[in-house]
Design a protein. Sequence first.
Length: 322
Amino acid sequence: MKKALITGINGQDGSYLSEYLIKQGYQVHGILRRHSVAENQDVRIKDMDVKTYYGELTDEISLFKILRKVKPDVIYNLAAMSHVGISNELPIFTVKTNSLAVMQLLELAKEICPEAKIYQASSSEMFGNSIDKDGFQRLSTTMNPVSPYGCSKVMAYNLIRYYRNAYNKFYCNGILFNHESPRRGSNFVTNKVIKSIVMIKKNIIKKLELGNLDSMRDWGHSKDYVRAMHLIVNHKKADDFVIATGETRSVKDMVNYVFAKLSIPVKKHLSINKKYFRPEELKYLKGDCSKAKKILKWKPKNNIKSLIKIMIDAELKRLKNI
Ligand code: GDD
């Protein structure tokens, strides 16, 4: 059985990837960060057949021990400080976790499991406000990040490419555009909006408070994107790919759509709070995933509308079961 090691296994992507890899016949191992609320430690993966280890990307000794114990065939590095807004409050921690720790991981992997393939969770946030003339971002688009998070991910992206070339390693980047699901953290905009509007519908809360409504995002379903991760790692050549839907919508359109779907008037229940604005906003994302479509034969099964329906239904079900 091939062994996959997932950092960030208890995250949205880590949990969907675990399910997917188990079905593909992998033995799945994962690193769990200690959480002060014990119930939240492994909340997304607790019923899955995975082996977990306490660890922390920035704690190189823990990483060393886990790599030596597992000797993985493939490592999916999904752990990160993944909230763009919060990266402005925690810039040093963000860079330590998202950049320096990746270098540590690459150095340790080189010594302990030199044949292991590595997938790095790279991000469309790396492009910042660069847009090609045709309105898309792709591998050749200049990276011009506008957040500590974006800067940290550019460094990790380049480290993967450098180690791949310098040491002839099977290391790859998936540049994933925004991807959501019912398992998304509730401080990311889609899940915050959907959970809040469903709770307004149920008279549990009265208001939804948001920040910038004008930014545009290319939103896909996390389940579709973990399929792409596996395809990237199993392609015959180590390479980098953009994974996106190729459609973009403003936050405002997404919010209006969810309000309309639940038949609730927007004006009465929505307010803007400056605290959710970022020092510099990434205004527009739309990914060109034609390379993944052509080479990996990957395409998303969901679009923003099917994704929102899945997330609303899941939230209604969750509230019913409380
Ligand atoms: N989180 C949040 N909360 N975002 C808000 C809010 C709010 O109350 N109000 C407006 N927004 C806007 C943000 O300013 C941003 O323009 C947009 O909604 C999306 O925000 P997020 O859902 O937090 O995602 P993100 O685009 O910043 O980052 C996500 O996508 C990246 C890929 O592009 C994260 O998943 C990153 O980890 C990922 O790399």
